[in-house]
Design a protein around this ligand. Structure first.
Ligand code: ISL
Ligand code: CA
Length: 538
């Protein structure tokens, strides 16, 4: 037995797309409460709630204007308290999204900070421009493309923003900022939060503001990614606040490598408990994930082996609100849709670490089916598209790449049923529902034995009852272009997992007793069918 956050599976909710309760087309907290029984039935023990705080929604809540209040679109603080209570009654813990690299420009700290004489001036990073103010203070470019600096008329200086210009970065050289953050943590922990998913937590401390070295995208990283000051802050938050509660943290750590991750989340470091890394979702991508390259299963195995063996514990995930749907990415949207979704469920739930399931993944939701840019909402997709066109990438190619990688792929409303509005809303959804909701929805799958949903449920229960799957060592055994085989070993048990990422049958000699397969077979004959997965005991 490990800690509770190692035993449990986490379910990520993106509130605006989960369940609308009042017909305004936007998911909300009462909607989440009404679905807690369904979440419980899947077998998860923890919910990660994407931001529900007050926000002008320039980046769907990742731009917070009040950390201690709720976005009225989602409900009230009383609703939030009820959610904690109702979840607890079902044995479900909730972790909150902690977005502290930046606030919204509409946060009162920032509004004050625009005044040069305000005590809040140093809450943010202000600098005069170069060339008499005509050029930004340095050459950095941000995560959402373009300069990381925005000129502010009011004070005649520029402020730093690694993301959108409506997301000014906080200044962690100012100890007051960290004190505010500690108050925010205490506020939510006292309300009942069981921890935090910490947004872009490895870039919060800017060591210097010198020019960045040449880079295709995101220039300046070397001055702020995984800095010593960053580690100091994490240790302090842990020591002064987090260690006083029964909670855990998972860091979202952008462009992180294994050595950095070790520094951020190995237990003796006393910083984070686990991190989200990205390499395993980018084996068929280049240039910040918007340009495709050929998928090779063997490469995926290499990446997995490196991360599975390199850390004593970590987060395991295939989807979130920033990534395309995994069945559209490493699986098949056509003939083998259900089977490939189950194969990917097998992958997720047979790795070592705390598994995270993103809403809709458990029913095999696919990427959006929009015909063009006009249906998109995501600020990143819009900026990237603009940049691609500026770089003379043909419109058709630019659209294909956006369609493949857009964050909106994951953000279309949850497909609950065949009803109009997919059981998500009775109104007009804030983002169009995927046209396949009549074929892919919770209600149908919930009732059908052998559905993707039922398979997730089964795999979760299987993991829960198997110590080797939870804590055993990961041992890579075999990989080629289309298939991978690995073992999980521990406590005298030896499990073998074989996965086929292709629509062709593959010959792979393996021996043992079949425990779970996505095709329902109970004997293995040396041939792994299209998108087939099996878990065997050797
Ligand atoms: O997904 C990404 C990289 O592969 C980026 O789009 C993403 O911006 C990056 O991972 C950081 O994401 C987090 O912080 C952003 C917010 O827009 C994302 O939704 C959040 O998950 C800024 O707060
Ligand atoms: Ca609503």
């Amino acid at each position: 037995m490990g800690k509770w956050w190692q035993e449990e599976v986490v379910y990520q909710i993106y509130p605006r797309s989960f369940q609308d309760s009042n017909g305004d087309g936007i998911g909300d907290i009462p909607g989440i409460i009404s679905r807690l029984d369904e979440i419980k039935a899947l077998g998860v023990g923890i919910i990660w709630l994407s931001p529900v705080y007050k926000s002008p929604d320039a980046d769907n809540g990742y731009d917070i204007s009040d950390y201690m209040d709720i976005n009225p679109k989602f409900g009230t603080m009383a609703d939030m308290e009820r959610l904690f209570k109702e979840a607890k009654a079902r044995g479900i813990r909730i972790i909150m999204d902690l977005v502290i690299n930046h606030t919204s420009d509409e946060h009162k700290w920032f509004q004050e900070s625009r005044d040069k004489d305000s005590p809040y001036r140093d809450y943010y990073i202000w600098r005069p421009g170069r060339m008499g103010g005509k050029l930004p203070p340095n050459n950095w470019t941000g995560f959402f493309m373009g300069s990381t600096w925005e000129y502010d008329e009011k004070s005649g200086e520029y402020y730093l923003h690694l993301f959108d210009k409506k997301q000014p970065d906080l200044n962690y050289h100012n100890p007051k900022v960290l004190n505010e953050v500690k108050e925010i943590l205490r506020f939510w922990l006292d309300k009942g939060a069981a921890g935090f998913r910490c947004d872009v937590i490895n870039v919060i401390y800017k060591t210097s503001l010198k020019d960045g070295k040449p880079a295709i995208a995101i220039r300046g990283l070397e001055h702020y990614k995984s800095q010593e000051g960053n580690h100091r802050i994490l240790k302090e938050l842990r020591k002064d606040v987090l260690s006083k509660y029964d909670c855990f943290t998972v860091g979202e750590t952008v462009m992180v490598d294994l050595d950095e991750a070790k520094m951020l989340c190995e237990p003796e470091r006393e910083e984070l408990d686990m991190v989200f890394y990205f390499d395993h979702l980018e084996v068929d991508r280049r240039v910040a994930r918007y340009v495709p390259k050929k998928f090779k299963a063997k490469k995926l195995l290499e990446v997995l082996a490196k991360w599975q063996r390199g850390l004593s514990w970590n987060a395991v995930y295939l989807e979130n609100h920033d990534q395309p749907r995994i069945v559209s990415h490493y699986g098949d949207e056509g003939k083998y849709w259900a089977r490939s979704a189950k194969m990917l469920a097998t992958l997720l739930l047979t790795l070592k670490g705390t598994p995270y399931i993103y809403q809709g993944q458990e029913i095999g939701m696919t990427n959006f089916d929009y015909p063009d840019m006009s249906s998109l909402d995501d600020v990143e997709s819009k900026n990237v598209y603009k940049l691609m066109r500026k770089l003379q990438i043909p419109a058709k190619t630019a659209w294909d790449w956006i369609r493949m990688s857009s964050r909106d792929n994951a953000r279309t409303p949850m497909q609950w049923s065949q009803e109009e509005g997919a059981g998500f809303t009775t109104g007009t959804p804030w983002l169009p529902i995927n046209g396949n909701y009549k074929e892919i929805n919770y209600q149908d799958q919930h009732e059908v034995n052998g559905s993707v949903y039922r398979f997730y449920q089964r795999m979760i229960a299987f993991r829960a009852g198997n110590e080797t799957l939870k804590y055993g060592e990961f041992v890579p055994l075999f990989g080629d272009d289309d298939t991978i085989v690995y073992a999980r070993e521990g406590g005298g048990e030896h499990l073998v997992v074989a996965l086929n990422f292709s629509p062709e049958q593959k010959e792979i000699p393996l021996e043992g007793e079949v425990l779970i397969s996505n095709t329902g077979r109970s004997e293995y004959d040396g041939k792994l069918g299209p998108y087939e997965s099996i878990v065997m005991r050797h």
